[in-house]
Design a protein around this ligand. Structure first.
Ligand code: OSB
Ligand code: MG
Length: 369
């Protein structure tokens, strides 16, 4: 299989409502899609980099540059057998995991198409459905947060994740827990705290939270290892787990009791699987994080989240959680049991709707060999 041409497609899509984290508020999402053209197949992948430097040092701008100048030239025009070939050609490139994942994912999808199996099957996922969960951004008040939570719970989401920041934390969690005594609730701090805030973080122990995600610095493991023994609530690491090495360090240091796996954050599905396996051996459960993916990226998450050690609800919501009209057919819907169905057709398992895609497209750049 040879990749002959890749289109870098930038989209701008309005999101339902707005979304606020401890590092800012967004009203629309810019997205980078890759369209791989080969003689036998066309494959789409999504690069999960955002426009701002909030979550990661990667942006859509850096990803486009790294893809055009380094990653795509390394794999294009060469005979490719499968995802292993990505690392054969790109092992010496440092950093830029989100750009890397966008290429690595394509090689998995090509392999699945060649073998006429679904991406999920190729990854070893045997589940037909994965458990959904919804992430709720910081609201202007605790009352508004309770309203938002009520709306998502009534739609059937089995787990609510609340974004927190200093000043919008304990009171918000208390209000949601009071309104919904039996719902699975977790919080995500996106590194908004330091060890000086240990008392605030300890106060979270009163609200029966499933976990607290990434309370301390985005690149920290050491301080989380100091914090975890002081909390009853399990710490889940997101930003800090940049790859299998960081997972191993966090597990050995007992810096967390749960890991959020984002395949884009760790340079693709092979490394995501490796972290999954390391955690399984250590007896630490994982779940699949999200980056506001369109249906193209969401399908990759759904395929991954069926591996056996994904034991917590995932940040994999229905297409309409963020997008009034997703770019894929069929769109992802929430089943009545709070799950999302895993596509069973060969490859990614969803089709890109060309007219919807065109309506969101801002620019298309063709990379050729
Ligand atoms: O920290 O998990 C996060 C979105 C973008 C960047 C970081 C995060 C998130 C989310 C939303 O929490 C998850 C989703 O529903 O896609
Ligand atoms: Mg997070």
């Amino acid at each position: 299989m040879k990749i002959e041409q890749v289109d870098l497609i930038v989209l701008k899509i309005p999101i339902v409502d707005h979304f606020e984290t401890s590092y800012g508020r967004i009203h629309e999402e810019d997205k980078l899609l890759l369209k791989f053209n080969c003689p036998d197949f066309t494959v789409y992948t999504e690069c999960v980099a955002e426009t701002s430097l909030g979550y990661s040092y990667e942006t859509i701008g850096t990803a486009r540059e790294v893809l055009k100048s380094h990653l795509l030239p390394a794999v294009m025009g060469k005979e490719i057998d499968g995802p292993e070939d990505f690392w054969k050609h790109c092992k010496h490139f440092r950093g830029h995991p989100m750009a890397k994942a966008a290429v690595e994912n394509a090689l998995w999808i090509f392999k699945a198409l060649e073998k006429e199996v679904s991406l999920a099957q190729l990854l070893g996922n045997t589940k037909k459905r994965v458990t959904s969960g919804v992430s709720i951004g910081i609201q202007d008040s605790a009352e508004e947060l309770v309203e938002k939570a009520a709306e998502f719970i009534s739609r059937g989401y089995p787990r609510i994740k609340i974004k927190i920041k200093p000043g919008m934390d304990v009171e918000c969690v208390k209000a949601v827990r009071k309104a919904f005594p039996d719902v699975k609730i977790m919080v995500d701090a996106n590194n908004a705290y330091t060890l000086k805030d240990t008392d605030v973080l300890k106060a979270m122990d009163d609200y029966d939270l499933q976990m607290i995600e990434q309370p301390l610095a985005y690149d920290d493991i050491f301080d989380h290892a100091k914090l975890q023994p002081q909390l009853k609530t399990p710490i889940c690491l997101d930003e800090s787990i940049q790859g299998p090495y960081h997972a191993r360090v966090a597990l050995e240091m007992q810096a967390c009791r749960i890991i959020n796996i984002k395949q884009g954050r760790v340079a693709g599905l092979a490394r995501a699987k490796e972290i999954h396996d390391l955690c399984e051996t250590a007896g630490v459960g994982v779940w699949c994080g999200g980056m506001f993916e369109t249906g193209v990226g969401r399908a990759v998450l759904v395929a991954l989240a069926g591996l056996p050690n994904f034991v917590y609800p995932n940040d994999i919501s229905a297409s309409n959680r963020y997008y009034p009209r997703d770019i894929i057919d069929p769109e992802f819907r929430l089943n009545s049991d709070g799950t999302i169905s895993v596509p069973e057709v060969p490859g990614l398992g969803v089709d890109v709707n060309q007219s919807v895609l065109a309506s969101y497209t801002v620019s298309t750049e063709k990379v050729t060999i």
